[in-house]
Write a protein that binds this ligand. Structure first.
Ligand code: ZN
Length: 295
């Protein structure tokens, strides 16, 4: 479980969301067998996506985030529902790199920056709303900030961090998304930038003092008050039905061949690792349904 705090400054000009969810990053690590740097890469992406998802208006809306930077980890994908419950995966979970000279995990090089961040919001319309920006650094938070600058009308800043212990488990994970509301005076941007520049390292604050202290430091001198606190989880809504749909996509012929082998086919959900078994007679039935649809 993790939490998202929503806050507003006393003058009503700045809103902030802070997420603290080490369990979400740790669960992702355990499901996928992520290396330390991959844990940070997917962890940051999951938590940033959770913040975007938590902001969606419609109950059934979802947001999908994809980093394709050309680095050794391949694609990093996360999906959030409108509560901020997230799931995700990476192409190469074991990919890892030496730590940077400042001791930090080298997420930027693992993701790479020769590519794009794509954000797809499915708002229940015929087509999802898709936005894409060139990657700034592959460090995730900077890329989210660039995306928000392009897609939103107001100034925004995002910070994300994952602290991985020597035993590879997640000690702290979280982040923030701060936005100036329409009509806010320009000088508030400078005040915010100063606060963010001066704040302690994000994962240190989260590890030692928690999400509320992140709020206090980002909105220092701006009299923040908390509007709400919400729970978020690593959650995969996969069902046998959904997985059978993806199995059908291989086509009737391939399904018949699988059925002829006489053993159950196993389909593993790429988001949560749950395995679904389809016995031969069910594969034959799926092949027949697929055949019928083609007629
Ligand atoms: Zn699943």
């Amino acid at each position: 479980m993790g939490t998202i705090i929503h806050a507003l400054t006393a003058d009503g000009n700045i809103r902030l969301a802070v997420i603290s969810a080490p369990d979400i990053a740790e669960q992702a690590r355990q499901i996928h067998g992520l290396s330390p740097t991959a844990t940070a890469a997917l962890g940051r992406t999951l938590l940033g996506t959770s913040l975007l998802g938590n902001d969606l208006k419609g109950k059934d809306d979802t947001v999908t985030v994809r980093f394709s930077g050309g680095g050794p980890i391949g694609n990093v994908v996360a999906v959030s529902d409108s509560n901020g419950n997230v799931r995700g995966y990476v192409d190469v979970p074991a990919a890892d790199l030496p730590t940077r000279s400042d001791g930090k995990l080298d997420v930027g090089s693992l993701i790479g920056k020769a590519g794009t961040l794509t954000v797809s919001r499915d708002l229940g319309l015929r087509e999802p709303y898709i936005g894409s920006v060139a990657l700034v650094s592959g460090e995730v938070a900077e890329d989210f900030t660039a995306y928000l600058a392009e897609s939103e009308q107001t100034a925004s800043a995002c910070g994300l961090g994952v602290l991985v212990g020597t035993d590879r488990s997640v000690l702290a994970a979280g982040g923030f998304l701060v936005q100036l509301l329409p009509g806010a005076p320009e000088n508030l941007i400078t005040a915010l930038e100063d606060n963010i520049f001066m704040m302690d390292q994000l994962t240190t604050i989260l590890h030692e003092d928690g999400a509320e202290e992140v709020m206090n430091q980002v909105l220092k001198g701006l009299e923040p008050h908390i509007l709400s606190t919400e729970e978020v989880h690593y959650h995969c809504p996969c069902t046998r039905q959904r997985l059978s749909a993806s199995l059908r996509s291989i086509g009737a012929e391939a399904l018949k061949e699988l059925a002829a082998e006489g053993t159950p086919a196993e389909v593993v959900c790429q988001f949560c690792g749950k395995a679904y078994r389809f016995p031969p007679e069910e594969l034959t039935a799926l092949a027949e349904e697929t055949d019928t649809e083609l007629l």
